[in-house]
Design a protein. Structure first.
Length: 95
């Protein structure tokens, strides 16, 4: 009976680890996508500023305060790396 419970726990742990790996992969893919999109947005903003230079800049023409994007990709990478390290420690702990 105890052996069966231990086996179930190991199986559940493996499934959770697999889910965790998939989530990390998905977040990393999203991080790349967001970074790429932020680059395009910045390029578009600069191009519009050049085109609208005689009238001011984009913010002046559309009469709003401009949004500022703060890149958090470094933080995401750090958090994911820390999570990977903690997960590997836990797998050694239970091995």
């Amino acid at each position: 009976m105890l052996f069966e419970l231990e086996k179930m726990i190991v199986n559940i742990s493996a499934v959770i680890e697999n889910i965790e790996d998939n989530i990390i992969d998905a977040i990393q893919a999203l991080q790349i996508e967001v970074y790429s999109l932020s680059q395009v947005v910045l390029q578009n903003h600069m191009a519009l500023d050049l085109l609208l230079a005689s009238q001011g800049d984009v913010c002046t023409v559309i009469n709003t305060s401009c949004c500022t994007y703060i890149d958090q990709s470094g933080r995401i990478s750090t958090d994911l790396d820390a999570n990977i390290i903690i997960s590997s420690w836990k797998s050694y702990e239970y091995a």
